[in-house]
Design a protein around this ligand. Structure first.
Ligand code: THU
Length: 161
C-alpha cells in the first residue's frame, strides 16, 4: 500500500487592482456579465468572461429555468459559446465573479464540479492550460494556472477507449 499526495499551488490576489491589467479588464467584463445573469430562483448571480488567443472575449452568465435542472452555470454558458463560435481558437484565461442577492459573497467562489469537468475538456482539447481567476462579488481573487489544479485525477477521453 502506498499513498500519493496531490498538490495544487494557487495564487491569491487581495484585490482586482493587484491583477495584471488585461485580467483586470477581463474580471470587469465578468462582473458586468454577472449583473445580467438570469437567476430569479437562486438569486445567486455568476458572470464569466474568457479571453481567446486572438484577443476576443466571450462571456457567460447563469441562466436558470423553472425546471431547475434545465438551467446552466455561467462558466458553461461561456465555454460552450466559445466552443461553438471559435472552435479553433485557444482559450487563454477565464475570469469568474459570483454574488448573491441574499448574502454577501466576499470570498472567492470557485466553479462547481460540473463546470470544472466541462472546462477540462477544452483545456485537454487545446493542449494548453487555461488560467482561471475566481472572485466573489468583489475582494480577494484566487488564480489557478490550469484547470488541472482545481480538478486533479480528471476523467478524460483517454479513459474511454
Ligand atoms: N452557478 C454558476 O453559474 N456557476 C457555478 O460554478 C456554481 C453555480 C449558478 C447555477 C445556479 O443558477 C446558481 O448559481 C445557484 O447554484
Amino acid at each position: 500500500m502506498n499513498k500519493i499526495e496531490i498538490k495544487s499551488v494557487l495564487t491569491v490576489y487581495e484585490d482586482v487592482s493587484e491583477l495584471p491589467e488585461d485580467i483586470q479588464q477581463l474580471m470587469n467584463i465578468a462582473v458586468n456579465a454577472r449583473k445580467k445573469a438570469y437567476a430569479p430562483y437562486s438569486k445567486f448571480r455568476v458572470g464569466a468572461a474568457l479571453s481567446l488567443e486572438n484577443g476576443e472575449v466571450v462571456i457567460g452568465n447563469n441562466q436558470e429555468n423553472a425546471s431547475y435542472p434545465s438551467g446552466l452555470c455561467a462558466e458553461r454558458v461561456a465555454i460552450y459559446q466559445a466552443g461553438a463560435k471559435y472552435p479553433d481558437l485557444k482559450i487563454k484565461s477565464l475570469a469568474i465573479s459570483a454574488s448573491s442577492d441574499i448574502k454577501e459573497t466576499l470570498t472567492p467562489i470557485p466553479p462547481c464540479g460540473a463546470c470544472r469537468q466541462s472546462i477540462s475538456e477544452y483545456e485537454i482539447k487545446q493542449g494548453e492550460p487555461i488560467s482561471i481567476y475566481f472572485m466573489g462579488k468583489t475582494g480577494r481573487i484566487i488564480k489557478a494556472d490550469s484547470l488541472k489544479d482545481l480538478l486533479p485525477l480528471t476523467f478524460d477521453k483517454d479513459q474511454l477507449i
